[in-house]
Design a binder for this molecule. Structure first.
Ligand SMILES: Cc1cc2nc3c(=O)[nH]c(=O)nc-3n(C[C@H](O)[C@H](O)[C@H](O)COP(=O)(O)OP(=O)(O)OC[C@H]3O[C@@H](n4cnc5c(N)ncnc54)[C@H](O)[C@@H]3O)c2cc1C
Ligand code: SF4
Length: 543
């Protein structure tokens, strides 16, 4: 069957803050110049926002620039961030620390980023942007001269064995003068572009964290809209980077989450169980007692910062938002930088289309003279300093922030990728996690149920193993099969016969919440996450 093709000026992959801001800016530019620019956004989630998972406390800096009258237009930013606290937890106690300047949230808003994206999607459509949710971009299209020529959406109706089912439909080719990749952290097509155009040459490897989040409805007497709490310390050991966030939104809702740096070394560590354990702390547990858990999900985030930003432009397109890695890890915020990068790429694309130019080099230059560059430069040493443990990281960060004000005459580096940091099973102690109590802590299965994952069972497994022998011969033998623990959705299971022999890996692909952790942390990089059949994945209501 032939693939249908559609032509646009600009195709954008991903309807997150970066992709939608780029789409809006392109149409604003077209209106200002009184000319047509055709813009199409494709999104793998079943609707805009369905795959968005964030904290989130957001800065409005980019939104103010993009849509200055966002309040009048009813943007879902309803809860100004108020009381900020930063605490260090031991097993039984909580000690309040001074809030670092980057974590001061005065002037910011606590939001559901999914709902902000739904609203941005409406603004984009009102300007004439075509948005197609439920369409993953599965393939990059290249022109004969090697430039990116667009993307193709995934096929529907392919059985697990590769044969075509009666409902088979080929993908659609979306061709464009420029393609902007806004896939968010660890984009699956972006990975291919990194290789093909050597975009990471001379840059530090990207470093990541996994963020696991739940949304709760709590007792109104315990709810304080605008309250923001971040914690470090227990239950993580001093060598593992991470901590919690706890944000009180509107309607008695509390967003609670836990981030673990994926450069962790102990292969027995389970980020999911660390999060469940965190909620049982005596200073945290009372908030959730008597409450109701509404939603669950997980997503990787970039922590590499300034040193890890790749080359952003290649023939025929550019990378925007977290797929490039603009998250400010000292603030745990990447929405404002994602939006601004999308806007700058849109301006470069609109200029290039107007002038009949073939490249987007103006975007790379614009990023370097924008506030994004300055902001990320100032905090560049914070995250790498934690590689030597919590106390040295805190001490160094205080020095870097207060004394050097981010202008220290050196740059600390991320020497190796996260997967290379994983230690062997015998070198680290196993961790004895408590059983979930079913009141504030839960198991994986009941959690994944709250992610409302849709997934046609009879389709090729989208977690592709380069070598099917590696999970048992290497991962189980040397690392005690860490994929069973780092996957927050119970996708990977080692099964055995009744006598305990014949270990084999089972992949429950239908549970996948698209967090991308396996693609990042698998110690031999044997797992390749590719887009599943259209319509698959979580259906987050308001994460
Ligand atoms: C746990 C956690 C907490 C966070 N807290 C905060 C916070 O408090 N404040 C803050 O500002 N930031 C926070 N962030 C970061 C913030 O969420 C990101 O910086 C921001 O979402 C990046 O926007 P983006 O548009 O680049 O990517 P995303 O928001 O990830 O959006 C990418 C979109 O592209 C789609 N997509 C991906 N690949 C394809 C494909 N091949 N085809 C079609 N569609 C595709 C995805 O489904 C998704 O909708 C947090 C992140 C996490 C994980
Ligand atoms: S299979 Fe991979 S991408 Fe899917 S939920 Fe598990 S770790 Fe995340």
């Amino acid at each position: 069957m032939e693939r249908e093709a559609m032509e646009y000026d600009v195709v954008i992959v991903g309807a997150g803050p970066a992709g939608l801001s780029a789409a809006i800016r392109l149409k604003q530019r077209a209106a200002e110049a009184d000319r047509e620019i055709s813009v199409c956004v494709i999104e793998k989630g079943s609707e805009v926002g369905a795959h968005i998972l964030s904290g989130a406390v957001i800065e409005t800096r980019a939104l103010d620039e993009l849509i200055p009258d966002w309040k009048e237009r009813g943007a879902p930013l309803k809860t100004p961030a108020g009381d900020d606290s930063f605490v260090f937890l031991t097993k039984r106690r909580a000690f309040r620390l001074p809030t670092p300047p980057d974590m001061n949230n005065h002037g910011n808003y606590i939001v559901s980023l999914g709902n902000v994206c739904r609203w941005l999607g409406e603004q984009a459509e009102a300007l004439g942007v075509e948005i197609y949710p439920g369409f993953p971009a599965a393939e990059v299209l290249y022109a004969e001269d090697g430039r990116v020529r667009g993307v193709a959406t995934g096929e529907v109706g392919v059985a697990r064995d590769g044969s075509h089912k009666p409902n088979y439909e080929p993908g659609v080719e979306l061709r464009a003068r420029f393609t902007l990749f806004a896939e968010g952290c660890r984009g699956s097509l972006t990975k291919e572009l990194f290789e093909r155009f050597d975009l990471r040459e001379g840059r530090d490897p990207q470093s990541f964290g996994i963020g696991i989040k739940e949304l709760w409805e709590v007792d109104p007497a315990k709810h304080a809209p605008g309250r923001v709490l971040h914690s470090i310390g227990w239950p993580l050991d001093r060598r593992t980077y991470g901590g919690s966030f706890l944000y009180h939104l509107e309607d008695n809702q509390v967003a609670v989450g836990f981030v673990v740096g994926l450069d962790y070394q102990n292969p027995h560590l389970s980020p999911f169980e660390e999060f469940q354990r965190f909620k049982t702390h005596p200073a945290i547990r009372p908030l959730f007692e008597g409450g109701r858990r509404i939603a669950y999900g997980a997503r990787a985030l970039n922590e590499g910062g300034f040193q890890a930003i790749p080359k952003l432009v290649f023939p025929g397109g550019a990378l925007i938002g977290c797929t490039a890695g603009f998250l400010n890890v000292a603030k745990i915020k990447g929405t404002h930088t994602a939006m601004k990068s999308g806007m700058l790429a849109a301006e470069a694309a609109s200029d290039a289309l107007g002038a009949g130019e073939a490249g987007l080099d103006g975007y790379e230059t614009a990023i370097k003279s924008s506030w994004i560059w300055d902001e990320l430069y100032r905090v560049r040493n914070v995250r790498p300093s934690f590689r030597r443990g919590l106390w040295l990281g805190l001490a160094y960060s205080a020095l870097d922030t207060y004394l050097f004000r981010g202008r220290a005459p050196w740059t600390l580096h991320h020497p190796e990728p996260d997967h290379a940091r994983l230690g062997k099973r015998d070198e680290y102690p196993p961790i004895d996690y408590p059983k979930p109590d079913g009141e504030v802590s839960f198991d994986r299965n009941s959690s994944v149920f709250l992610a409302a994952v849709a997934h046609e069972e009879d389709q090729p497994v989208h977690l592709r193993l380069k070598d099917p022998e590696v999970p048992v011969k290497i991962n189980l033998a040397l690392y005690d099969a860490p994929e069973q623990r780092y996957c927050p959705a119970g996708v990977y299971e080692i099964l055995r016969d009744a006598d305990g022999g014949n270990p084999r890996l089972q992949i429950n692909a239908a549970n996948c919440v698209h967090c991308k952790t396996c693609d990042i942390k698998d110690p031999t990089q044997n797992i390749n996450w590719v887009t599943p059949e259209p319509g698959s994945g979580p259906n987050y209501p308001n994460m």
